[in-house]
Design a protein around this ligand. Structure first.
Ligand code: PAF
Length: 282
């Protein structure tokens, strides 16, 4: 069956009617689809009868000095990926289709949205949650799939679903990596060969931390890798390295038991990258 492509909410409703009954899964994306997105689409296909992929570069989640205007837009290639993966509907609205010019109300990510990644990207998570809630309302999926690579985003979406009683199941998909460990990201296409060599130290640092025991030793081992990478050309410019509780994104105490997320963000050249790994402590 052909993919139904629409940018318009009335057509989206018609596309759902044309597709028929059954369980719907939504995979929200900003396009520039890569193997990581393919794995989320496949996971969505295991959860539902029909998969809807949204492709929308959401201006609300970019800060004034961030890469909204240069964010990769590869719509034709994205459609080909969706067709290959058996996606039923691609919802690709324009900004004017999503947001009223006199828009007033938005979702607040609360305190959890202003720590770790949120401390470096004020209002980013408010923008993410606002668009995700709108996509949930427009598509009305039974289940929605998000990547673990954006761990704080995933945690906040789970929080929103719980706090606002949204009748949607949230499924997290594992981070997909290149053979040498680099986490797949639409922003990797900004990296030069030298940038990429430096960027590999994000995943190296996480691996160095993951084999240690206890929060301080885990962070020390990861920090040592990042400090060495800060002396490379181009240097790795660290924003944060944090070991946090997966549900709250607050730093874990030295006696923490159970899951924790070791998360890192850094700039390499003009590209800001994030990565994380889930650890079990104690
Ligand atoms: O993870 C992303 O690509 C975006 O933050 C999302 C969830 C599609 C919202 O714009």
């Amino acid at each position: 069956m052909d993919v139904i492509v629409t940018g318009n909410r009335a057509e989206l409703t018609k596309a759902r009617e044309a597709t028929g009954r059954g369980r719907y899964a939504l995979v929200p994306t900003m396009g520039a689809l890569h193997e990581g997105h393919r794995s989320l689409i496949r996971l969505a296909g295991e959860q539902a009868d029909h998969v809807v992929v949204s492709v929308f570069v959401n201006p609300l989640q970019f800060g004034p000095n961030e890469d909204f205007s240069r964010y990769p837009r590869t719509f034709e290639a994205d459609l080909a990926v969706c067709a290959e993966e058996g996606v039923r509907v691609v919802f690709a609205p324009a900004v004017a289709d999503m947001y009223l010019p006199d828009r007033q109300v938005s979702v607040s990510a609360g305190a959890m949205g202003s720590v770790v990644e949120g401390a470096f990207r004020p209002e980013h998570f408010d923008g993410v949650l606002t668009v995700v809630l709108k996509l949930f309302n427009l598509v009305q999926p039974d289940v929605a799939v998000f990547g673990q690579k954006d761990a704080q985003q995933l945690a906040l979406i789970r929080r929103m679903v719980a706090d606002l009683d949204l009748p949607i199941e949230i499924v997290g998909g594992p981070t997909v990596r290149e053979g040498d460990g680099l986490a797949l990201s639409s922003r990797n296409r900004y990296l030069s060969a030298d940038d990429r060599a430096t960027a590999l130290n994000l995943s190296r640092a996480l691996r160095a931390g993951a084999v240690q025991r206890g929060p301080e030793r885990i962070k020390d081992a990861a920090r040592a890798v990042l400090e060495t990478a800060a002396r490379l050309d181009p240097p790795l410019l660290l924003d944060y390295l944090a070991l946090v509780d997966p549900a709250t994104f607050t730093e874990v105490a030295e006696d923490h038991r159970g899951e924790a997320i070791l998360a890192v963000a850094a700039k390499v050249g003009t590209t800001r990258l994030i990565d994380n790994v889930v650890l079990t402590l104690g």
